[in-house]
Design a protein around this ligand. Structure first.
Ligand SMILES: [Zn+2]
Length: 270
């Protein structure tokens, strides 16, 4: 009984229908969009890959088709804006290294019953958002390709502004930098660990773990860019010895918007 009541309260507590507007027109347009996006993604990825080598054409065709099927069925691309076409074209070609990871997260999150896909934060927003699901660290959202997983970072509510300014920026970094994006993380990580170790040798009172996290993660140019963009620099966990200097002050409106960034969901466009 108690459990039933709790479930009823949980259902009622969500004021917005998270499917509102995202399944307009019934199943037929959804299936059509999935097929069309899969075929287009397969041809685009396959065609570009084939220019380099036939095997690459087959591999990239498969990844492009798989992303097209998932992203088409969930109708993430915003075809009415140029940005939606650019997102689709990059996801099908240059950004495929990230998309490969995104497909793995879709598969992993299918197995996890609590992953909770959020159509209201994904539909026509050129991204996929899962509330929970696969994660590297419990309190951190994680982005790979066009997927944001563990989006609440272990919290109870989504933060639309943070998702837009930080994690969605990572999606576009991945699209624009392509294979250089993950390579950058690895190379920066190795160099950062070395720098942190040397700094620690001369500052033995500091925590080595904090220095390594700061140099490898927070100071990574892609992360620094995202933290500055979401008005969250310097991050309180970044070690003051190694973190990049503080950027220009935020406007009071911006700071207030960041403090009040708590919502039950997103507002899909259209
Ligand atoms: Zn980040």
């Amino acid at each position: 009984m108690l459990r039933h009541m709790a479930a009823t309260v949980a259902r009622q507590a969500r004021p917005v229908d998270i499917l509102a507007g995202t399944n307009r027109g019934g199943p037929l347009p959804v299936v059509m969009e999935a097929i069309a996006t899969a075929v287009a993604g397969g041809l685009l990825g396959g065609g570009v890959g084939w220019l380099a080598a036939p095997w690459l054409g087959i591999a990239m065709g498969a990844v492009g088709a798989a992303n097209g099927a998932v992203s088409g069925a969930r109708r993430i691309y915003r075809w009415r804006r140029r940005q939606g076409w650019v997102a689709f074209a990059l996801d099908s070609t240059w950004g495929q290294v990230g998309i490969l990871g995104a497909l793995a997260i879709h598969a992993a999150n299918r197995v996890r019953a609590d992953a909770e896909y959020r159509p209201d934060c994904s539909y026509r927003q050129n991204r996929h958002i899962y509330v929970r699901g696969f994660r590297l660290r419990r309190t951190y959202a994680f982005t790979l390709g066009n997927v944001i997983t563990n989006a609440t970072g272990g919290g109870t509510r989504l933060r639309p502004r943070f998702l837009e300014r930080h994690e969605t920026l990572h999606i576009w970094q991945s699209r624009l930098f392509g294979p250089l994006f993950p390579t950058g993380y690895v190379v920066w990580g190795a160099g950062g660990a070395l720098v942190a170790a040397v700094v620690w040798l001369f500052n033995r009172k500091e925590s080595l773990a904090d220095l390594v996290t700061t140099a490898t993660y927070y100071d990574n140019p892609f992360e620094y860019w995202a933290y500055v963009n979401d008005g969250h620099w310097p991050h309180p966990d970044a070690n003051a010895l190694l973190r990049w200097p503080r950027p220009a002050e935020q406007s009071p409106e911006d700071a207030a918007a960041r403090r009040h960034d708590r919502a039950d969901g997103c507002t899909p466009p259209e």
